[in-house]
Design a protein around this ligand. Structure first.
Ligand code: PEP
Ligand code: MN
Length: 337
């Protein structure tokens, strides 16, 4: 539920209400708006003495949150959440582009790709060091060695780093190197991992599960926020449908739907959604037109030799062209790149 404080409620009054809610066994999440402050309170409703809270000085009202996800919901917070990584703002006016190979493979090629995606306009460099592969015989990633290459690429290019954490045992080391932790589609409901990655304090890029509903996805986000980390970027990466012409089916409608239901920023990953580089440009445009706050795109210097996801990876020149073409779409929806 939400405790709505009166306009002009003092800091002391807000604190008293929070203390009372905590005393009653609730977890509190105050949101300081320009006009009003509201306090999200999550816990067992039966423990709530409504009369007691409404009679406290500065309290205007108590409103229940109907959705099962509380802290991720627009009911609690109407203003968009923005996630700041140094000077990069995700969820603001600018479409933030994250790009790079599926996996960090080879030092020299990786640094070259990093420079090229930066030149094209990417702000964040991607590259997996721990890879969730369908086959145990496929390349599994360079692990910490790969993280070190990401670190060097950041130093050299100034790009920020997003990389996947696969397992709770790796959260500490990945968080040491990454600016943003990625939770992959296969782990969207790995609740221990969600909590531990959240507790690292790094922003989390939360991919939608292969067959997850939007509600399940937002519930996964709720795990992270309720563990004390509100900095979540949702990522639509395609879902399983009956269609086999593409690797997955991008759910474009998820973008406006999520924006209606949640205050969290949402980006799209047209690479994993299609599995084919040829479709990536068209779907990047569609995602931005639908309101995506950013894109996650796989780019590889030589896709034919990629150890992972080559068929969906763009060559750097094609990626540069994509970003150029995207600018007009961004302008049409009052955004910038
Ligand atoms: C990836 O980003 O390389 C990846 C494995 O993505 P997903 O979890 O969406 O399959
Ligand atoms: Mn990939």
């Amino acid at each position: 539920m939400i405790v709505v404080m009166q306009t002009g409620a003092t800091k002391g009054q807000i604190q008293q209400v929070e203390e009372m809610l905590i005393h009653l066994g609730f977890k509190t999440h105050p949101i300081y708006g320009e006009v009003k402050t509201v306090i999200g309170a999550v816990g067992d409703k039966r423990l709530l003495n409504t009369q007691l809270i409404t009679n406290m000085p500065g309290v205007e009202d108590i409103v229940p949150i109907m959705k099962p996800y509380k802290l991720a919901s627009k009911e609690l917070k109407q203003t968009k959440t923005t996630i700041q990584v140094d000077d990069i703002i995700i969820g603001g006016q600018e479409i933030v582009i994250m790009a790079g190979p599926c996996a960090v493979e080879n030092e020299q090629a990786f640094y070259e790709t990093a420079y090229k995606v930066k030149e094209a306009g990417a702000k964040i460099l991607r590259g997996g060091a721990y890879k969730p592969r369908t086959s145990p015989y496929s390349f599994q990633g360079l692990e910490e060695e790969g993280l070190k290459m990401l670190d060097i690429a950041r130093e050299e290019t100034g790009l920020k780093i997003v990389t996947e954490v696969l397992d709770t045992r790796d959260v500490e080391v990945v968080a040491e190197y990454a600016d943003i932790l990625q939770i992959g589609a296969r782990n969207m409901q790995n609740f221990r991992l969600l909590k531990e990655a959240g507790a690292s304090g790094r922003p989390i890029l939360l991919k939608r599960g292969l067959s997850a509903t939007i509600e399940e996805w937002l519930m996964a986000a709720e795990y992270i926020i309720s563990s004390g980390n509100p900095n979540i970027i949702l990522c639509e990466r395609g879902i399983r449908t009956f269609e086999t012409a593409t690797r997955n089916t991008i759910d474009i409608s998820a973008i406006p739907v999520v924006k209606e239901l949640s205050h969290l920023p949402i980006i799209a990953d047209p690479s994993h959604a299609t599995g084919t580089w040829k479709y990536v440009t068209a779907l990047s445009k569609a995602a931005v037109a639908a309101g995506a706050d950013g894109l996650l795109i796989e780019v590889h210097n030589d896709p034919t030799r990629a150890l992972c996801d080559g068929p969906q990876s763009l060559r750097p020149d094609k990626f540069t062209q994509l970003v150029d073409e995207l600018k007009a779409v961004a302008v049409a929806v009052h955004r910038t790149i």
